[in-house]
Design a protein around this ligand. Structure first.
Ligand SMILES: NC(=O)c1ccc[n+]([C@@H]2O[C@H](COP(=O)([O-])OP(=O)(O)OC[C@H]3O[C@@H](n4cnc5c(N)ncnc54)[C@H](OP(=O)(O)O)[C@@H]3O)[C@@H](O)[C@H]2O)c1
Length: 264
């Protein structure tokens, strides 16, 4: 049977008519994901904490012809998370096809130097906020009847790369949460996957990119011998959201130039 066609492209390779929420879309990987999903036809909603930067991004996207709206939200705040989902529900009439939990942060210290405040900051930003946003978004995802959640974790949650044990533990928990939700919510037509980037050139990664020891070790351990680009992560996220990926759920895909598969 012939596939429906959208703009000359099979509908299996289009996000036309779909709605998406991407957290932390004003910089780095999140910015790239907003653009990638919008280019494929999705209506995207995003958030960040800096109002001026968010408005600047929204203007740029409007000029490019992308359908992107957004609002300020610190996703570590329970009240602000609730407000965010209320707004998303109102903008998208209670239906959300795609949720990308992108926000994350890191502090780079040896384990014995971490404080209780550091632990709380890292776990609330990298794990707790994504967990609760996903809970809140569940009714909207279910209502869309064909939904996809993508978590952004890190190869630090797959192997030890010595950039902070709390970050690694929180990202490892996200990888496992992916498997649980894939099984629990399959009955609601919600697929759940995870993308685990290696080092990607973004503001978050700047301290590592400037550290000569880290760069030298990273290059030695990475078969492709370079850092990654934002586009190389956003394309993987977009693929997982497409109807073309309809049999993929519960997976963590490392976008890391081969770092996690190199033995010696
Ligand atoms: N870059 C890498 O090498 C790398 C590697 C592995 C995994 N990752 C993961 O990829 C994801 C994106 O990283 P990135 O490198 O693109 O980071 P980034 O350059 O620091 O960008 C983070 C984005 O999230 C927003 N944000 C941060 N904290 C927030 C909060 N509490 N509430 C709402 N928005 C918030 C930021 O805007 P505001 O600051 O204005 O809020 C910004 O738009 C993270 O989960 C990170 O752990 C990155």
């Amino acid at each position: 049977m012939a596939e429906a066609s959208v703009g000359g492209r099979s509908s299996r390779w289009s996000l036309q008519g779909m709605t998406a929420l991407v957290t932390g879309g004003t910089k780095g990987i999140g910015y790239g994901i907003v653009e990638e999903l919008a280019e494929l036809g999705a209506c995207v909603y995003t958030c960040s904490r800096n109002k001026a930067e968010l408005n600047e991004c929204l203007q740029q996207w409007a000029i490019k012809g992308f359908q992107v709206t957004g609002s300020v939200c610190d996703i570590v705040s329970s009240t602000q998370r609730n407000d965010l989902i209320t707004k998303v529900s109102s903008v998208f009439n209670g239906k959300l096809n795609i949720l990308v939990n992108n926000v994350g942060a890191n502090l780079w210290k040896p384990t014995l130097e971490f404080t209780e405040e550091d632990f709380s900051f890292l776990v609330s930003t990298n794990l707790e906020s994504a967990y609760h946003i996903t809970q809140l978004a569940h009714p909207l995802l279910k209502a869309s009847q064909a939904a996809s959640i993508v978590f952004i974790s890190s190869i630090a949650g797959v192997v030890s790369i010595n950039i902070g044990s709390i970050y690694g533990a929180a990202k490892g928990a996200i990888n496992h949460l992916t498997k649980n939700l894939a099984c629990e919510w399959a009955k609601d037509n919600i697929r759940t996957n995870c993308v685990a980037p290696g080092t990607i050139k973004t503001p978050l990664a700047e301290p590592y990119l400037k550290d000569e020891t880290f760069v030298e070790k990273y290059m030695r351990r990475t078969p492709l011998g370079r850092f990654g680009e934002v586009k190389e992560v956003s394309s993987t996220v977009a693929f997982l959201c497409l109807p073309a990926a309809s049999y993929i759920t519960g997976q963590t895909i490392c976008v890391d130039g081969g770092l996690t598969v190199l033995g010696f």
